[in-house]
Structure formats: structure tokens, C-alpha cells
Ligand binder design. Structure first.
Ligand SMILES: Cc1ncc(COP(=O)(O)O)c(C=O)c1O
Length: 455
């Protein structure tokens, strides 16, 4: 049989709708709660930080949502994205399994974040918003948002987590090139940032702190709104274009995955590649496993608790029912900055609780070893975040070989690592420490959560 290496789709074959898994989940996700009243939020509550269409999508249970023409036009500069069969990686492993990956790094931002950045910038522009504030970890989300905002004529202010700001100066410059202002977080610009700096002037920052700073600025001005790059339902929704395309591509390859794997920060790329395949499990009784890989230094899925918690450090977001290590948790300074987030998205959290997905944590050295093998065989330099999905895929292939079976493995290669080459430099120099959150550290983090009943 012919061996497929690259499966591409034409623009016409790109699906015209995003998929909302909330329509098909047997247990619907619990509602976000207003941080003041602790009552379920309604769309109007969200209008303080989001335009109406984003607020509507956040709470929607409609199964499919049309992708607007303006968004489709920009998607077409890089979508449909290719699906590859990793034949050279398979050969190097000597595995009987088939490994496929969906490559989301082939766009202006170098990662999957462009899929939602374009949609969010578009809806804000349509609503008359002039400026957006946002956070970024390693800088992929900030880069994605910078170009999208500039394209639609919006200003952008980015709070970049300080450790990444210092590790990845190239990302800051890319954002500046796309016309955005970038501030290292915690900063003295906001009360939330000043409070953190008073307690710890050397704070490396966290996504939770950067989110607080961005929201604080947004709520002070009616023409400024806030935008988030992960975690929330509308972000996962926009990312489902990945899985919808992958379904068609797997069909073209005459194959179907036994397991679908994604790295996990707040859950958006994992949702994007898995939700359409989870629909096939729910509606058509397909037997596919779904595996999320998170860092051992930030193990909310494997060691966190399921409870209502804030999405940000200062407690300004709605309370979300999620797996969390606590909103004040500051993770170790691993290179996969985009995975340094304390909580998991609401939809994924409910699906994990209900047994639809599995989670595993990994240390960064093993992941960088996987990324290096991948670069040497497949030629693409993976982002440190994506290396976690690669390590998960390698485990599955090796395990299948030990069991004497052949598996079809699909993973999401979320981005390239061209701006993250210092992570490789440190890995080669044996200067990249492993860190696993100890039981005592987990206990300390969880003790700070004030759990709200969440059955
Ligand atoms: C390349 C890349 N992959 C993965 C992630 C993780 O985020 P999420 O879990 O929202 O997909 C990030 C976040 O910044 C990223 O930049």
C-alpha cells in the first residue's frame, strides 16, 4: 500500500464551522460564577471584558458555529494546515506503529494560537473596540495576537511573563514588529503587579499574574477589551478547526487514530485536536484514547483538584470549575513557558473528570530529547511546549512495540521552536534542570485554594 507522508487539503475542503463540544457532552460543564456574587455569570456580565459575540460563544451550547468570511480569508494564508506521517521518525524508532502529526507552526505566529487570535481580533473590531490587552507566556500567543490586531486595525498591549521576557527577547521584538507594546509582568503599571513586586521584587511572574494585569487595564476604559489565549470555551472552540481538518486528512490517509495526543497548558490546542474526535466517540462509538501531556512542574491535571478557582492571580476573572493547583501558584521556570498555567479549561476539566481523556506529566529533559530526535528525523524544530506531545507519542509507540501491537498515533505539533533555540542550547550543555512538584509543594499550593463545592 502507498505510504502517505503529507496529507494536504484544498481551501475548499477546509471546514466552514467550529465545533462546540458542549452540545454533545453527557455531563454539561458547570457554569462560571461571578467573582462578586458567586452566581452563574450571564452574557452581559462578560461584556465588561469581551465583545458580545465572544461572550455568546463562551456560554453557547450550539453544536456548530460558522467561521466568518473575514476570519476564513486570513485562515487561508496558512490553513488548511498539513498532516504528516512521521515516516522517518518511525524508522528511527523501528516501531510497528504509525505516527501522524498535525503541524500548526506554519503560520505568521509559528503556533496554533493564530487560530483564535484572528477570530478574537475580528469580533472585537466588529464591536468598535479600539485597543486590546492580553497576557503571554513564552510569547507565541502575544505574537499571534499582535499580527491579528494590527491586521484588523486594533492597538495591542501585551503583558509578557517576566521569566519568558528575559529568556526569549526575539519574541518581544516580533511583537514590536507587528506593532504591539510589550511590558514584562509583574509590572508597576497595575495594582496587581505592584502587589506581587512588593512581596517579591524578583518574581519570575506567571500567566495568572499577567492575566490580572491585562484585565485591570481593560476594565478601566470602555474602548479597551481583554483577550485570552487559552482556557476559555471560546478559545477551545476556535481551535477545533485543527481536529476537524485532521479528521478529513486521516480519512484521506485511509487511517484512524487509536490515540490522539496534545501538550497541555490551559488546554486550547488539546481541545482543538481532540474535540472533533471525541465527538466521534460520543456519537459514533469510536474507540479512541485522548492523552494530555503536562509538565511535572505544573501538574494540574494529574495532581490538582477539581474545584471552582479563578483564572488569574488577583481573582478578577469569573470562578471556573477546573482542575487547578490554585490561582496563586507560581510554577518553576521551565522553558515551555506556555505550559506554566495553574488551571485547565472548563470543558477539558469536565471531560477528564468523566473519563473521556487521560493525563500524564513529564519532565523537560525527556521532552527535549524527544524534540531533538524529532528535529533530526522530521526536520522541524519543535517549540518546547510541543515537545511534551512528542514525548507522549514516543511513549505510546514504544509501549505498543513492547506489547507487540501496532497503533495509529496522532499528535498535535503546536509550533516551531525558532525563537526557543536557547532551550536547545541549554539542553545540549546539560544545563536544563528537571523539576517535579513534590507532594509537599502540591499540598502547599492546594492549601491556598478556598474550594467551592463542585460535585
Ligand atoms: C507552541 C505552544 N504549544 C502549546 C501551548 C499550550 O497552550 P494550550 O494548552 O492553550 O494549547 C502554548 C501556549 O503558549 C504554545 O505556545
Amino acid at each position: 500500500m502507498e505510504q502517505f507522508k503529507k496529507i494536504i487539503l484544498t481551501e475548499k475542503e477546509m471546514p466552514g464551522q467550529w465545533y462546540n463540544i458542549a452540545a454533545d457532552m453527557p455531563n454539561k460543564p458547570m457554569p462560571p460564577l461571578h467573582p462578586g456574587t458567586k452566581k452563574p455569570v450571564c452574557e452581559e456580565d462578560l461584556h465588561a471584558i469581551f465583545p458580545p459575540e465572544i461572550a455568546r460563544q463562551e456560554l453557547s451550547t450550539e453544536r456548530y458555529i460558522d467561521i466568518p468570511d473575514e476570519v476564513t480569508n486570513l485562515y487561508h494564508t496558512f490553513r488548511p494546515s498539513p498532516l504528516f506521517r512521521a515516516v522517518n521518525l518511525e524508522k528511527a524508532l523501528g516501531t510497528k506503529s504509525k505516527i501522524y502529526y498535525k503541524y500548526e507552526g506554519g503560520n505568521y505566529s509559528g503556533s496554533h494560537k493564530a487560530n483564535t487570535a484572528i477570530a478574537q481580533a475580528y469580533y472585537n473590531k466588529k464591536d468598535g473596540v479600539r485597543r486590546i490587552t492580553t497576557e503571554t507566556g513564552a510569547g507565541q500567543w502575544g505574537s499571534a495576537m499582535s499580527f491579528a490586531c494590527n491586521h484588523f486595525g486594533l492597538e495591542l498591549l501585551v503583558f509578557m511573563v517576566k521569566v519568558s521576557y528575559n529568556q526569549k527577547p526575539g519574541r518581544k521584538l516580533l511583537m514590536n514588529t507587528y506593532n504591539a507594546d510589550v511590558i514584562p509582568s509583574p509590572s508597576t503599571l497595575t495594582a496587581a503587579g505592584r502587589k506581587i513586586l512588593e512581596a517579591d521584587p524578583d518574581s519570575p511572574g506567571s500567566l495568572g499574574i499577567a492575566i490580572s494585569e491585562a484585565i485591570e487595564i481593560a476594565v478601566q476604559d470602555p474602548y479597551t477589551k481583554y483577550s485570552l489565549g487559552s482556557v476559555l470555551n471560546h478559545v477551545s472552540l476556535h481551535q477545533t478547526i485543527i481536529g476537524e481538518e485532521a479528521l478529513i486528512q486521516m480519512e484521506k490517509a485511509g487511517d484512524y487514530p487509536d490515540v490522539v495526543i496534545g501538550c497541555f497548558g490551559g488546554g486550547s490546542n488539546f481541545s482543538g485536536i481532540t474535540f472533533p474526535f471525541i465527538r466521534e466517540v460520543i456519537k459514533k462509538n469510536r474507540k479512541t484514547r485522548f492523552l494530555a501531556i503536562e509538565p511535572s512542574s505544573c501538574p494540574k491535571l494529574t495532581k490538582g483538584i477539581f474545584t471552582y478557582d479563578f483564572g488569574d492571580e488577583a481573582g478578577m476573572t469569573p470562578l471556573l470549575p477546573m482542575f487547578t493547583l490554585g490561582h496563586s501558584f507560581i510554577p518553576d521556570k521551565i522553558h515551555a513557558g506556555g505550559l506554566r498555567y495553574h488551571g485547565a479549561g472548563v470543558l477539558v476539566s469536565q471531560l477528564l473528570k468523566d473519563g473521556f481523556i487521560e493525563a500524564k506529566s513529564k519532565m523537560q529533559r525527556e521532552c527535549m530529547a524527544g524534540a531533538t530526535l524529532f528535529a533530526r528525523t522530521e526536520g522541524i524544530l519543535p517549540a518546547p511546549e510541543s515537545s511534551y506531545a512528542i514525548a507522549g507519542a514516543l511513549d505510546e509507540a514504544r509501549l505498543a512495540d513492547i506489547e507487540g501491537v501496532s497503533k495509529t498515533i496522532l499528535f498535535n505539533l503546536t509550533g516551531h521552536g525558532h525563537f526557543d533555540i536557547s532551550a536547545y542550547e541549554k539542553y545540549f550543555a546539560n544545563n536544563l534542570p528537571d523539576h517535579e512538584l513534590s507532594a509537599a509543594e502540591v499540598e502547599k499550593a492546594l492549601a491556598k485554594i478556598n474550594p467551592i463545592d463542585c460535585r
